[in-house]
Design a protein around this ligand. Sequence first.
Ligand code: FMN
Ligand code: SF4
Length: 434
Amino acid sequence: MQKVPFTTGYLTAHCGDDAYGTLDGYKAEGGYETARRVLKKGTPEDLIETLKASGLQGRGGASFIAGQKWSFMPGAEDDTGPRYLVCNADESEPGSFKDRLLLERAPHLLLEGILLAAFAIRAEKTFLYVRGEYGEAIRVLTRAIEEARAGKVLGPRALGSRFAHDVVLVRGAGAYICGEETGLLESLEGKKGQPRKKPPYPAENGVFGRPTTVNNVETLCHVPHIVEKGADWFRGIGTAESPGNTLFGVSGHVVRPGLYELPLGTPLDEIVFEHAGGVAGGRKLKAVIPGGLSMAVLPAGQVDVPMANEFLRERQTALGTGGIIVMDDTTCMVRVACIITHFFREESCGQCTQCREGTGWMNRIVSRIERGEGRFEDLALLKDVCAKMEGKTICAFADAAAWPVQGLLRHFPQDFQSHVTHGQCPYPGSFVLA
Ligand SMILES: Cc1cc2nc3c(=O)[nH]c(=O)nc-3n(C[C@H](O)[C@H](O)[C@H](O)COP(=O)(O)O)c2cc1C
Ligand code: SF4
């Protein structure tokens, strides 16, 4: 895979340094000292309190407060059997490529985050579930886990403490739905990756029926920094509701696509025009998807928004995974809708009628509009199909399929109407569907 350019902050400070990927190189930067101290002298309760005080929101898409999630796990009184941590490294959201950098360039930072999280929830084992296509990440992580076992970072006395922990790497098989945490748990158990009905939630009944916490790669990589520098330090970055840095992945029609580590709350227009160098080829901006393909699009006039959920919510969209997809003024939004609906139609696991049939209907309707065979009633029909999918299914996939289509209809109805009126695409310079 192509190497991704990136700018650095505390998370990615050493990601340009090859030695940082090795145990010795990581230790040379002070790595594992925080976990060593906590595993020897700390308590799970204090660690959970620190994480809660930091306000760290999960970076896997749903922005759930990490410390709160950890506190849902049973306490020490439950000694009925093992409990597990699952690190979600499935990263399949189109437009999202932030975890890949951390997996390939900072494997020991992730392992330190895993050790701390596992200690907090008293997990004896972590399943590290990696997207099957991430071959380089799998190679790097396999070596890092072997090094960590040999160096007694992992094992029956992790980092010389009384805490026992091991990490097992599991390679996914290329299904987007296995990123949804309960689909992932099913896949881990060797079953079809179909999400589970909730409740019970994973903290009660997770992998192999045992209490489990699922955290995203980036979420876990923040943990050693928070524990080392303190919750107040973390709260001093970002916004009051959304603290810390995050990795914004910028792709599409920009001069400098890549990963930008910046505080949450950084304005979207600053990211696009300053950090990513603006729209490529001197063209005008048409629209931006702010958080991966599942999030609703923003038109050019609304990109003056801080990238944090409390602000994005007011514009009927969300941070998602921070994958920013930029589109210039040659882009046909009906073709964008074709791509989005095709993706979701292919990836639906098919358990829920609203999702299985709804994604197919959406794709058929936008495809006929794109071919110049649409009817004016199709716009209302599309909105109706979206409304029937939202909030009615086993997992959030159906919502994630409906939101981007609703956003396109909200902000760019003229693109759809023009196709219907003229029977052809009004954007001769737009990208072509394969
Ligand atoms: C359809 C779907 C796909 C998802 N894919 C991913 C993914 O690839 N990686 C990820 O970390 N979370 C993904 N999630 C979110 C997970 O279900 C879960 O919320 C997350 O892993 C929890 O980690 P966090 O609390 O650290 O963010 C997905 C959710 C849905 C509904
Ligand atoms: S919403 Fe879609 S992906 Fe999720 S369980 Fe139902 S059919 Fe499967």
